[in-house]
Design a protein around this ligand. Structure first.
Ligand SMILES: C[S@@+](CC[C@H](N)C(=O)[O-])C[C@H]1O[C@@H](n2cnc3c(N)ncnc32)[C@H](O)[C@@H]1O
Length: 196
């Protein structure tokens, strides 16, 4: 374990917990993934050898650190998207301290627009942790940008089961996806694309 990086992760965990306890308004909350989800993402990126990694929902960059650390191991790159300027700036500070900035491309943009302009089959690994009510509308582009054999991981599949149902229903009903719900953290829904 890289000590300075782990120290930064621990600081962000402590900040996220205290901030989110004190702040009620959603835009001011960090809503970070849990540490075990970070570990799980790290294993998945390494095991799949993913190089082109897209994260939707940066917040202050905590989950990005786990993805970027694994991307170093695979020789990959993480593109991360956050539409709130304030959180994009917080994430920039996180990345500058992380020693991982060289593998992170951070965008202050609406994920819908980023997805719309991305090339077909350009993403190996997509981590989706954003505005859940938007996911159904993004489904066609998510499917289009994933490579054959690519992996989609969606956070909050257990913590927000009802809200996630329409999107998970789409993935489960699509014969091009093989899916699994994993009870790690807030519930990670995995969908791998394999079109013939
Ligand atoms: C749950 S938080 C992400 C937490 C982050 N993945 C982590 O674990 O550190 C969701 C983030 O998605 C952002 N977001 C919501 N809708 C978005 C959109 N349409 N495009 C880009 N970002 C969006 C929110 O501003 C928020 O910061």
């Amino acid at each position: 374990m890289h000590n300075a990086l782990d120290q930064l992760k621990q600081e962000l965990e402590a900040f996220g917990h205290s901030n989110d306890r004190a702040v009620t308004e959603r835009e001011g909350r960090m809503l970070n993934i849990t540490r075990d989800t970070g570990e799980f993402l790290s294993v998945l990126v390494r095991a799949t050898g993913a190089r082109s990694i897209l994260e939707i929902g940066t917040s202050n960059g905590y989950s990005t650190l786990w993805l970027a650390e694994a991307a170093v191991a695979t020789g990959g790159q993480v593109v991360t998207v956050e539409y709130l300027e304030s959180k994009y700036q917080l994430a920039a500070e996180t990345f500058a301290k992380s020693g991982l900035a060289q593998v992170i491309e951070s965008h202050n943009a609406d994920a819908k627009e980023v997805l719309r302009t991305m090339a077909d089959a350009s993403v190996d690994f997509l981590f989706l942790d954003s505005e859940r009510t938007e996911y159904v509308g993004w489904f066609a582009d998510i499917k289009r940008v994933l490579i054959n054999g690519g992996l989609l991981v969606v956070d909050n599949a257990v913590s927000h089961e009802q809200q996630m149902m329409p999107f998970i229903g789409l993935l489960n009903a699509d014969p091009d996806f093989t899916t699994s719900l994993v009870p790690v953290g807030k519930g990670e829904f995995l969908a791998t694309k394999a079109t013939s």
